[in-house]
Ligand binder design. Structure first.
Ligand code: PAF
Length: 297
């Protein structure tokens, strides 16, 4: 596995090297990550391998998608362990750029000079309602990484359902010639979706953290049993989580095709949730999860 830090070197390797060059008809598969890799990421790399000949994984903790009150400086950075996992899974290239490599106009303090993608209004609901500009930061870095790697296919996890939706929109609206592949969420045995932020929780808190998935699952079961009172279902799940000590950001039943609030006519649904749970330092960790499902006619 090659470890590459600059765009120049990445381009040289991807276009010129006889064995792996894109000009030799090799398909490039890309998995963007912020590192601290777990089995969920490895599943995405496996998927990329199935759909391409050369797999590039980027590791870049993107400052542009964190608000000043979020965990940018605390975000877990585990490069050596990540390299080991990527070597084992058969990743070809890991791209680990610096902040200035990605944002050449970064002045060491802020990124105000950076040109940004302005995503559509769907980026301002759900996670975007409280994480202001988060999806503008995600879309901008993903567009930049796409331009650097120039992949044929790129893989994103379904756990970040809204992110996946916005990236697909970006690819469609900007006519990018990249196939977006969605990877299933990998879970602990108790249902907890794997996330780098689970590392902020001790074992007991991780066991409690599965309550978020249970709350979403109970909504799915109720809908499948014919209860279409969506608002009441959302309210009941939020109340139950709050009673278990969670600070609920949202629980929302949406159309999985449009991500708009679901109506009784929608058959393809997704129920999404975001909530904060007490972590091992006594602070709060925000977790997200979702379940996509179809109602039979
Ligand atoms: O999902 C993530 O890890 C990040 O949002 C991404 C897509 C790597 C962009 O920084």
């Amino acid at each position: 596995m090659q470890i590459i830090h600059t765009v120049t070197e990445l381009r040289q390797v991807l276009t010129n090297q006889a064995k792996i060059g894109q000009k030799f008809g090799q398909k490039i598969g890309f998995v963007p990550t912020m590192g601290n890799l777990h089995a969920g990421h490895i599943h995405l790399v496996d998927l990329a391998k199935q759909h391409s000949n050369i797999v590039v994984v980027s590791i870049f903790v993107n400052p542009l998608q964190f608000s000043p009150t979020e965990d940018l400086s605390a975000y877990p950075r585990t490069l050596e362990a990540d390299y080991e996992k990527l070597t084992t899974v058969g990743c070809d290239i890991v791209f680990v750029p610096s902040v200035t490599e990605v944002y050449p106009d970064f002045d060491g303090n802020n990124l105000n000079q950076s040109m940004m993608i302005d995503p559509p209004p769907i980026a301002n609901v759900l996670c975007g309602a409280t994480r202001l500009k988060h999806f503008a930061g995600v879309a901008t870095v993903v567009m930049k990484l796409f331009n650097m790697v120039q992949p044929d296919v790129a893989v994103f996890g379904k756990k970040d359902f809204q992110q996946l939706f916005i990236i697909k929109e970006m690819v469609r609206q900007f006519n990018l010639s990249i196939d977006i592949i969605a990877g299933e969420t990998v879970r602990e045995a108790n249902g907890l979706a794997l996330s780098s932020r689970n590392g902020y929780l001790n074992d007991t808190q991780q066991a409690s953290a599965s309550q978020l998935n249970s709350a979403l699952q109970s909504i799915v079961n109720n809908i499948k049993n014919g209860d279409f009172n969506f608002q009441q279902l959302e309210h009941a799940a939020s109340t139950s989580l709050a009673q278990q000590g969670w600070e609920v950001d949202y629980i929302s039943i949406r159309s999985s095709a449009t991500l708009q609030t679901a109506t009784a006519q929608d058959k393809d649904l997704v129920v999404l949730g975001a909530a904060k749970i007490i972590n091992k330092t006594g602070g709060k960790t925000r977790l997200i999860d979702n379940i996509q499902f179809r109602i039979s006619d």
